[in-house]
Design a protein around this ligand. Sequence first.
Ligand code: COI
Length: 348
Amino acid sequence: MFNFGSDVKPELADIDWDNLGFGFMPTDYMYIMKCSQGENFSKGELQRFGNIELSPSAGILNYGQGLFEGLKAYRKYDGNILLFRPEENAFRLRMGAERMCMPSPTVEQFVEAVKETVLANERWIPPPGKGSLYIRPLLMGSGAVLGLAPAPEYTFLIYVSPVGNYFKEGLAPIHLIVETEMHRATPGGTGGVKTIGNYAAVLKAQSAAKAKGFSDVLYLDSAQKRYLEEVSSCNVFVVKGNVISTPAIKGTILPGITRKSIIDVAISQGYQVEERLVTVEELLDADEVFCTGTAVVISPVGSITYLGKRVTYGSTGVGLVSQQLYSALTSLQMGLTEDKMDWIVVLK
Ligand code: COI
């Protein structure tokens, strides 16, 4: 078992818990595990949180050979600490690692490393109802490489940061613009895995949208520019009557764990859920639209702007379906309702 240094005490950190946004805050410890190309990860360790040293020629810096994950830990009123489906993140990282020619930790190694990191940073987990501890696992080609090739060494690292709402709107509806020129992903590319380059690729469209007052960007498929893909940092759902539709996973869309969970929650609540091609016309004709993601959780969409035309949904408040699914999911994640799906891992 890891021993805390004498300067680190496991009570709550002294920060403003009432005003957490989604910004980086350094904590006490990070987890690091390394392995060479062609080998398996075997043993990692907790280290004091701090900068890491990389060769300027590291694979991740030169060729973007890297993946990340995102999951959250919640503190319950009874003192328990809960993780939500961490093994799903482990599976997704393994899938991405295969696509990016990297070795990856086993599911057990991943989950164990997450648990150790969360417990070592326990005092940074927000009090119940104030937010969560965002857990950011990274897998990167850390070895030096000059010619284009997989790096000779890999680092698996986990750091954490206490967070509140992702969008500055909080739970209020966000405003999206549909991007018709720039694309997030292409068939056969890496849009379906959580590689770092997917996120750098959306910064230009996202910055332009924010400069015009939009919250974020909704991307269309690159071949026909007609079918919905996802928003920069989350998946999208369209509600029409009792039917909730979301773009099917087909290589260009990130298989979100919140997306997958919301599909199951919605079905259990009697909605018909369709994973298929969803057209931009259906989006504009929807009763309600919402986004899902680990960071975002569920974010209702208040308006969509497409080719200069703005469509609004409902009045100014949160749509009924979004509200219902948000309550069901977050109650589960925070341990307020019975975990019938067996999704929660109790840390202590
Ligand atoms: C997450 O939702 O965890 C993500 O990885 C998205 C990221 C841009 C914050």
